[in-house]
Design a protein around this ligand. Structure first.
Ligand code: SF4
Length: 425
């Protein structure tokens, strides 16, 4: 049901910017999917018990599967400066690495407490890298709630890796963004079928597969929240391929087309490779669009994926967007998506949650996309909600997942209809 590009999209519309009480995750949560992607990495949060508890509850059952993340908890004596935090950190890291010899990349992840007491984790990472080279490379980034919101943790992590990548002059395509392996394999297969290569991924599944970067590198982002990583790659001389993000049939096709154009792929080859999966994706989306067409949607800010998802839901599923909230709006990266999103919805950046709740209550959308902390209370007020976190943890990119992506939004509406019917009987 792809609509033609609107006469006026949302790229230049005024953005409602609000600062106040926020209901979002901090960047530490990125560790949950990053540690699964990077199979020889360990994420050591330097933080408090609050940070450890956050990771435990966000990771759910994963914490029982010997995950490759943990928290070095700052005790009171560390906070009072009585203990040398650096000596303790060195000792903890040495103990960890001797227990887990499979670790090749270690991330020291800053938190609110470590940032507030100004623990210099960048220096610590340099020192520890020298101590444990060449077997282990130690990086540092911040996932603190003061500086990062949810998916920005991935951005901070990848941006921290970019300066350490070796230099290369090779013309290579770099796919940037942590995708589930099965989705990454689908993307690589489509690109290979078009003769595009060599293709590398950031993050790589293992440290040994890490890419080089240089003036001939071209890169495509698979996630919209990678602003700092984008800037770090551009600083290394790489060129970005701007495109809508690969959500839904249309997004995937436009994303692939932009990459194919950068590599001189002919229309005939592009058509031959994409025709069948495009048709499959359209069919799969259509099955859910029947439920979604004509319904309104309201996005609370969460992952920065909201503008792309609103573009998908309005253009491929026939929904109307009332408000598209995002924690940060990087118009440079999201421009192509915003161009396709017809003018109409309020585009809001940041949050004052009480004011936003007032807006959602007065609009009463058919579907509200929000965090876990708001979902049940809003359900109790009779609004139908979709938990936004699932959109980050579920494979939703590229053609084969387009139907599942639509399904994530249609399911709560179908469940609501079912419950109403049962109640009426
Ligand atoms: S980093 Fe900050 S916001 Fe995140 S869990 Fe720790 S204290 Fe809380």
């Amino acid at each position: 049901m792809n609509a033609p590009a609107p006469v006026k999209g949302c790229r230049d519309v005024p953005v409602l910017k609000q600062r106040g009480q926020r209901e979002v995750f901090c960047g530490l949560t990125g560790i949950i999917w990053l540690h699964r992607k990077m199979q020889d990495a360990f994420f050591l949060v330097v933080g408090s018990r609050t940070c450890a508890h956050l990771l435990q509850s966000a990771a759910g059952v994963m914490i029982f599967a010997e995950p490759r993340f943990g928290t070095a908890i700052l005790e009171e004596k560390d906070l009072a400066g009585l203990a040398d935090a650096n000596t303790e950190l060195d000792r903890e890291v040495a103990r960890l690495l001797s227990r887990r010899p499979d670790i090749r990349q270690l991330f020291l992840v800053g938190s609110c407490p470590s940032e507030v007491i100004k623990l210099d984790l960048a220096r610590a990472a340099e020192r520890l890298s020298a101590m444990h080279a060449p077997a282990v490379r130690v990086y540092n980034y911040s996932g603190s709630g003061i500086e990062t919101t949810f998916t920005q943790g991935e951005d901070a992590c990848l941006a921290a890796m970019v300066p350490a990548l070796p230099v290369t002059d090779a013309r290579e395509l770099l796919l940037v963004g942590a995708l589930p392996d099965v989705v990454e394999d689908q993307a690589l297969a489509l690109l290979a079928a078009m003769g595009i290569g060599p293709v590398r991924c950031l993050p790589a599944r293992r440290a040994a597969a890490l890419t080089g970067v240089g003036p001939n590198t071209v890169f495509a982002l698979t996630q919209p929240f990678l602003g700092d990583t984008h800037a770090a790659l551009v600083r290394r001389g790489a060129t970005h391929i701007a495109a809508p993000f690969p959500f839904g049939e249309e997004g995937t096709t436009l994303w692939l087309r932009a990459v194919a154009d950068a590599f001189g792929v002919s229309d005939a080859v592009f058509e031959a490779v994409t025709a069948a999966p495009r048709a499959r994706a359209r069919r799969a989306v259509a099955a859910h669009a029947a439920t979604l067409t004509g319904k309104s949607v309201f996005f609370f800010p969460d992952s920065q994926m909201e503008p792309c998802l609103a573009r998908f839901l309005t253009r491929e599923c026939g929904m109307t967007a009332l408000e598209v909230g995002t924690p940060y709006l990087h118009t440079g990266l999201l421009g192509p998506d915003l161009d396709l999103l017809a003018e109409g919805p309020v585009i809001s950046e940041g949050q004052d949650v009480d004011l936003q709740l007032d807006r959602v209550r007065s609009l009463r959308p058919d579907l509200t996309v929000c965090g876990l902390g708001l979902a049940n209370p809003l359900e109790a007020e009779g609004l139908t909600t979709k938990w936004a976190i699932e959109l980050v943890f579920t494979p939703v990119h590229f053609y084969e997942q387009a139907g599942d992506l639509a399904g994530l939004f249609s399911r709560p509406l179908r469940r609501k209809a079912l419950l109403h019917r049962e109640a009426a009987e």
